[in-house]
Design a protein around this ligand. Structure first.
Ligand code: IVH
Length: 673
C-alpha cells in the first residue's frame, strides 16, 4: 500500500471510529456490532503501525471512550481510567506474555502469575469512598473527565453506601472501579416492555445499562435492576494492596461485589484454560460477557510494566468471537402484541450461531427496519447479542439481485383488519381494533403468566386451544371453564382439567396489585401497579379515579394517567372486569400495603446510619407499607438523617419536612399502627 492510499484510509477509519464512538458512548445507540467496531479499530492500529508518520497524536487508538455528556456535572478522575488492549487468539496472548517477560527482563521460560476475570459487558464507573462512605460515583467518560452520577449510583442496591471496614484506622480514600451491568433476565423484560410501549428496544444489555445509568432522574435508574462487579482499585489512601488476588478478596470483605469466577492462573496455559471454560459457560451465565480479562497478578510487576496512553501494559482483554452468521431473510411477518403494537419479525433460512439454530430475528419496528433497509430476500448478517432473539446487524447489499422486497408499513392490522396508527413520539405502529384476536390472545397469555395471575401450567399452547375451541373470548372466561370444557381437548383433557382448574382457581385471590398489572394496561408495569394498589386500595376505587386523582400518585405522570383512564373508559374493559369479579376473582389486599405503620408515607434516608444499611432501612419502610425515595420533595413525609447528612437534610429543612434521627425512626418502626 502506498502512502497516499494509507493516508486516505486512515482518515476514513478515524472518522468512522469517532462517529461510532459517539453513537456508542454518548448516544447509547450503536449502529454496528462490537465485532465490526473491533475490526475497524484493528485495521487502523495496523495501518498506524506500518505508517507511523501518519499516526495522529490524537488518534482514537490512543484515546479512551467518549466525551462526557454536558447534561451531567463533570468530574476529573484522580487517576486516568484506562481501557484494555484486545486479543483475539491464543497467538495474541502468547505475544502479550512474551512482551511482558521481555519488559520485566525475565527469561522466556519464566511463568507469569495472572488473574483472569470474565469481561463484563456494561459501563465502566468509578466509586469514591471517603472514610468508608460513598461520596461520589462517575462514569469513565474520556478516561480523564467523567460524568457525575452519584445519585444514580446510589440506587444500585449492591453498591454499599458504607464499606464494611472493621479496622481502627479505615482508609481515608478508596476509589473503586467496576462495571455496572444489567443481567439478561431484566434486560429481556425491559425490552419487551419497551416494545409494547412503542419505545425503541435497546440493542443489547450494555446499551440498556448505559441508558439507565445516565438518566437525569435517578428515579428512572432506580427502576432498572442494575448491578455492579468491581474489578480494580483507583487511588487508595491508607491501605496497600499487593496483588489483584489480594485486592479482590479485600474488596469482597468490604462488601463490594466482585466476580466469583475470577481466579489466579499460571502462564499462557492457565489463561487459555480459563478462556475456554468461560467460552463454554458463556451461554449459561445470567449476564453478558464478551471475553475474559487477563491481568498480571503482582501489583509491583504491574507498576514496573506501567501504562500506555490508552491502556495498561499489564492487562489485556481476550475477546470471544462474535456470535454472528450470514443468512437469508425468507419472509418478514408482522405480529400483533398485547397492546396492539405491530412488530415485524424476519423469518430466516435456519443457520447455526455458536451452537444455536436461529430461524427468527426481531426487526423491532418499521423505523429500525427502514433505517437498516432490510427487505424480504436480503442476505443479512445476524448476531445474537445478549438476547435469545437475534437481531439483524446489516444487509449485505452487494448480494442484492433486485428482486428483494421491502415490507411496507401496513395500513390495516394484519390480524383483524382494523385501522392502525403511528402515535407521534413512538416508534411503534399500533392496531386500534378492540376485538383484535391477536391482542386478545396476547392479553390472555399475559394475564395467566407467572409475573401476573400466575396460572401454573396454562401457557400459550393451551390458551391457543381454548381460543380455537371458542371456550375463551376474554380473560374472565378463564374462570368459567369446567372439566367438560377441557374434555373437548384433543388429548389428556381430564388430566389437564385436574391440573389447570385448581391453578386457575388459586389465582382468584392474588393481590390487588397483581390483578391491576395482569389487566395489561399500557404503561402500567408491575411497579406502577403496586403504587396504584397502594394509593387506591381497591380496583373499584381505581376504576373511578380521574386523571387528576391519578396524577397525585407518586411516579404517575400524564402518559400513565391518560392510559389508565382510557383503559377503564372502554365499555368492553369494564365489562371484562365486572365479569372477573362476578366469577369470584377477589383480590386480596397485601398486608404491607394497607394497615401498615407507614402506609402512604414517603421516607428519604440521608447520611450514614449506624444500625441499618440503607437498603435494610428501605426494606423496613416498604414492609410497613411506606415508600423509600431517593430525593426530597414536597411529597416527602419524613427525612431520616444519619451522621454527616448533607444537602437532602438542608432541603428537608427548607421544605419543612419532618426530620427524624435514626433513634426516632426505629422507635416509630416499633410503634403499633
Ligand atoms: S480492568 C487497566 N476488568 O472493559 C484495567 N475491565 O474494554 C482497566 N471491563 O474499560 C480495566 N470487565 O469497562 C477490567 N474484569 C474486568 C472488566 C473490565 C469489563 C471493561 C471496562 C474496561 C473495558 C475495556
Amino acid at each position: 500500500m502506498d502512502n497516499s492510499i494509507a493516508k486516505e484510509r486512515i482518515v476514513f477509519l478515524t472518522r468512522e471510529i469517532e462517529r461510532h464512538n459517539r453513537l456508542y458512548y454518548e448516544n447509547d445507540a450503536p449502529e454496528i456490532s462490537d465485532a465490526e467496531y473491533d475490526a475497524l479499530f484493528r485495521e487502523l492500529q495496523e495501518l498506524e503501525n506500518n505508517f507511523p508518520d501518519l499516526a495522529a497524536p490524537d488518534s482514537p487508538t490512543v484515546r479512551v471512550g467518549g466525551k462526557p455528556l454536558e447534561k451531567f456535572q463533570q468530574v476529573a478522575h484522580r487517576l486516568p481510567m484506562l481501557s484494555l488492549d484486545n486479543a483475539f487468539s491464543e497467538a495474541d496472548i502468547v505475544e502479550f506474555d512474551k512482551r511482558i517477560k521481555k519488559d520485566l527482563g525475565l527469561s522466556a521460560e519464566a511463568v507469569i502469575d495472572y488473574v483472569c476475570e470474565p469481561k463484563m459487558d456494561g459501563v465502566a464507573v468509578e466509586l469514591v469512598y471517603e472514610n468508608g462512605l460513598l461520596v461520589q460515583g462517575s462514569t469513565r467518560g474520556d478516561g480523564v473527565i467523567g460524568e457525575e452520577i452519584t445519585a444514580n449510583i446510589k440506587t444500585i442496591k449492591e453498591i454499599p453506601l458504607r464499606l464494611k471496614l472493621d479496622t481502627l484506622f479505615p482508609p481515608g480514600l478508596v476509589e473503586v472501579r467496576g462495571e455496572v451491568y444489567l443481567p439478561l433476565a431484566p434486560f429481556r423484560e425491559m425490552n419487551a416492555e419497551r416494545e409494547e410501549n412503542g419505545e425503541a428496544a435497546f440493542a443489547n444489555p450494555r446499551n440498556a445499562a448505559a441508558g439507565s445509568l445516565r438518566q437525569l432522574d435517578p428515579k428512572i435508574t432506580a427502576r432498572r435492576p442494575l448491578t455492579i462487579c468491581c474489578y480494580a482499585p483507583g487511588a487508595v489512601d491508607g491501605h496497600v494492596f499487593g496483588s489483584q488476588k489480594a485486592f479482590l478478596d479485600t474488596f469482597k470483605g468490604w462488601g463490594l461485589p466482585v466476580n466469583s469466577l475470577a481466579r489466579p492462573v499460571r502462564g499462557v496455559a492457565g489463561v487459555t484454560r480459563f478462556y475456554e471454560e468461560m467460552a463454554a459457560q458463556r451461554e449459561a451465565l445470567p449476564y453478558e460477557i464478551d471475553g475474559v480479562v487477563i491481568k498480571v497478578d503482582d501489583f509491583a510487576l504491574q507498576r514496573e510494566l506501567g501504562e500506555k496512553s490508552r491502556s495498561s501494559r499489564w492487562a489485556i482483554a481476550w475477546k470471544f468471537p462474535p456470535r454472528q452468521a450470514v443468512t437469508v431473510v425468507e419472509d418478514i411477518v408482522p405480529s400483533v402484541g398485547r397492546t396492539g403494537v405491530i412488530t415485524p419479525t424476519a423469518h430466516l433460512r435456519p443457520v447455526e450461531v455458536s451452537g444455536v439454530t436461529v430461524s427468527r430475528a426481531t426487526l423491532h419496528n418499521w423505523e429500525e427496519m427502514e433505517r437498516k433497509d432490510i427487505r424480504i430476500g436480503d442476505t443479512v448478517v445476524i448476531e445474537r447479542a445478549g438476547d435469545v432473539i437475534p437481531a439483524v446487524v446489516r444487509v449485505l447489499t452487494e448480494k442484492r439481485t433486485g428482486a428483494e422486497l421491502p415490507l411496507p408499513l401496513p395500513d390495516s392490522c394484519p390480524e383483524c383488519g382494523a385501522a392502525v396508527v403511528k402515535i407521534p413520539g413512538e416508534v411503534a405502529v399500533r392496531c386500534l381494533g378492540l376485538a383484535c384476536p391477536a391482542q386478545i390472545r396476547e392479553s390472555i397469555i399475559h394475564f395467566a403468566s407467572r409475573g401476573a395471575m400466575d396460572m401454573e401450567g396454562l401457557g400459550e399452547k393451551y390458551i391457543d386451544q381454548l381460543l380455537r375451541l371458542g371456550l375463551v373470548r376474554d380473560v374472565s372466561d378463564l374462570y368459567r371453564l369446567t372439566r367438560d370444557d377441557f374434555m373437548q381437548f384433543e388429548r389428556m383433557g381430564d388430566k389437564l382439567a385436574a391440573n389447570l382448574l385448581p391453578a386457575i382457581d388459586a389465582s382468584k385471590g392474588r393481590e390487588q396489585a397483581t390483578l391491576i398489572f395482569a389487566l395489561g394496561i399500557r404503561h402500567v408495569g408491575e411497579h406502577t401497579a403496586k403504587l396504584l394498589a397502594a394509593a387506591f386500595g381497591s380496583l373499584d376505587a381505581l376504576l373511578q379515579a380521574s386523571e387528576d386523582e391519578l396524577l397525585t400518585v407518586r411516579e404517575v405522570g400524564p402518559q400513565v394517567a391518560q392510559s389508565i383512564v382510557s383503559f377503564f373508559s372502554g365499555g368492553e374493559n369494564r365489562r371484562v372486569i365486572e365479569r372477573l369479579l362476578a366469577a369470584g376473582v377477589s383480590p386480596s389486599v397485601a398486608a404491607k400495603q394497607v394497615g401498615g405503620r407507614f402506609t402512604g408515607k414517603t421516607f428519604v434516608f440521608t447520611g450514614s446510619l449506624e444500625r441499618f444499611s440503607r437498603s435494610e432501612a428501605q426494606k423496613l419502610v416498604e414492609h410497613a407499607g411506606g415508600h423509600a425515595a431517593g430525593s426530597v420533595s414536597k411529597k416527602t413525609d419524613y427525612v431520616v438523617a444519619g451522621a454527616e447528612a448533607g444537602s437532602k437534610l438542608e432541603k428537608a429543612r427548607q421544605l419543612g419536612v419532618t426530620i427524624l434521627t435514626e433513634d426516632e425512626f426505629s422507635q416509630l418502626l416499633r410503634e403499633e399502627p
